[in-house]
Design a protein around this ligand. Structure first.
Ligand SMILES: CCCCC/C=C/C(=O)SCCNC(=O)CCNC(=O)[C@H](O)C(C)(C)COP(=O)(O)OP(=O)(O)OC[C@H]1O[C@@H](n2cnc3c(N)ncnc32)[C@H](O)[C@@H]1OP(=O)(O)O
Ligand SMILES: NC(=O)C1=CN([C@@H]2O[C@H](COP(=O)(O)OP(=O)(O)OC[C@H]3O[C@@H](n4cnc5c(N)ncnc54)[C@H](OP(=O)(O)O)[C@@H]3O)[C@@H](O)[C@H]2O)C=CC1
Length: 284
């Protein structure tokens, strides 16, 4: 994808992308490597990791894939040791790995709740803390970018463990932006709207009809493209955004805002019809 970033925007960076073998994580890993970064990705399944590493290397980039379950504190410690042994000090972190499913809240088992919250919230904390400890010890600057959701702010029916854990990630981002900012460590988050990845769609979009309804909720009448998110993430990890700290950037084609406006449903009607209705209501 062409963009106007300098081709070496992320040179000299070693960027960890959790869950970087698939979906949005993969798109970010590919872009970061294209902009000169050494990239280390993790995840539980070896095949997506190997495929993404292969694709990055084929494009001339540097990448390593290391299996890791971010729910496991010891595994996260071992992952960062291994990542730094292979490609040197980690300088940037993207908390992207996540778990989610649609479920009536009254039916969620303790294990189901744990699977989501431990991946999203604990996993992001373990990785962020591991990086923060290293950067503080080394007196090194660093940047953490976490992938949240728009419903971290509003809440959402049927994805309660995800909403709870993403809200926790936003709280971590804002808290550590204050705590570590003076040490040269910045933390920001992106709150994406719908991006049709296999991982999300298999678990969250039951059929074509609902997919169409989801699309119509977005004012720009389309879903996001992973490459668009990768472009924003590249900016947020680079020094171009050096003054941005503790921010949550909504990236959803206007979907979340539109959901709240009292009269936004009029935008689903043909504009000519809306104008006629409004004309009728004007006083003589
Ligand atoms: C479109 C707008 C987007 C909105 C925002 C999107 C946010 C996202 O996060 S999209 C990313 C989606 N990607 C993933 O979720 C990838 C990772 N997911 C998984 O690995 C699984 O889906 C997982 C979350 C279920 C975890 O898998 P695993 O660790 O292998 O665990 P188990 O299969 O053993 O299940 C654990 C536990 O959870 C219960 N469970 C699984 N699926 C459901 C379900 N659909 N409804 C209710 N409960 C479910 C399962 O039964 C287990 O509980 P117990 O039976 O009590 O042991
Ligand atoms: N797609 C969308 O519409 C939206 C996505 N998001 C967020 O974007 C991010 C990426 O999602 P997306 O690309 O769509 O979905 P994916 O399912 O493709 O991505 C999730 C990734 O996380 C990895 N992962 C899951 N559990 C663990 C674990 N315990 N340890 C390590 N890695 C794990 C998965 O690999 P593996 O299973 O091999 O471990 C997978 O690579 C997530 O944070 C999601 O919440 C937010 C809003 C909207």
């Amino acid at each position: 994808m062409s963009d106007s970033f300098a081709p070496d925007l992320l040179a000299d960076q070693h960027i960890v992308v959790t869950g970087g073998g698939t979906g949005l994580g993969r798109a970010m890993a590919l872009r970061f490597a294209d902009l000169g970064a050494a990239v280390t990705i993790n995840g539980r399944r070896p095949d997506p990791l190997a495929e993404t590493v292969r694709d990055i290397e084929a494009a001339g980039g540097a990448a390593e894939g290391i299996q890791c379950n971010v729910r496991d504190y010891e595994a996260v410690q071992a992952f960062f040791e291994e990542a730094e042994d292979r490609q040197g000090p980690v300088t940037r972190l993207v908390n992207n790995a996540a778990a989610n499913f649609l479920a009536p809240t009254e039916d969620i088992s303790p294990n189901g709740f744990d699977a989501i919250v431990q991946t999203n919230l604990y996993g992001s904390f373990y990785c962020t803390q591991a990086c923060g400890q290293r950067w503080l010890e080394r007196d090194a600057e660093g940047v953490v970018l976490s992938i949240a959701t728009t419903y971290a702010e509003t809440g959402s029916a049927y994805v309660v463990p995800s909403a709870m854990s993403k809200a926790g990630i936003v709280a971590m981002t804002r808290s550590l932006a204050a705590e570590w900012g003076s040490e040269g460590i910045r933390l920001n988050a992106v709150a994406p709207g719908p991006f049709p990845t296999e991982g999300a769609w298999d678990r969250l979009v039951p059929d074509d009809d609902l997919e169409q309804k989801m699309r119509e909720r977005v004012p720009v009448r389309r879903f996001g493209e992973p490459e668009e998110l990768a472009t924003l993430a590249s900016f947020l990890l680079s020094d171009l955004s050096a003054f941005m700290n503790g921010e949550v950037v909504t990236f959803d084609g206007g979907e979340a805002l539109a959901a709240g406006g009292q009269f936004n449903t009029f935008t689903r009607m043909p504009r000519r019809q809306v104008k006629a209705l409004m004309e009728q209501m004007r006083p003589e």
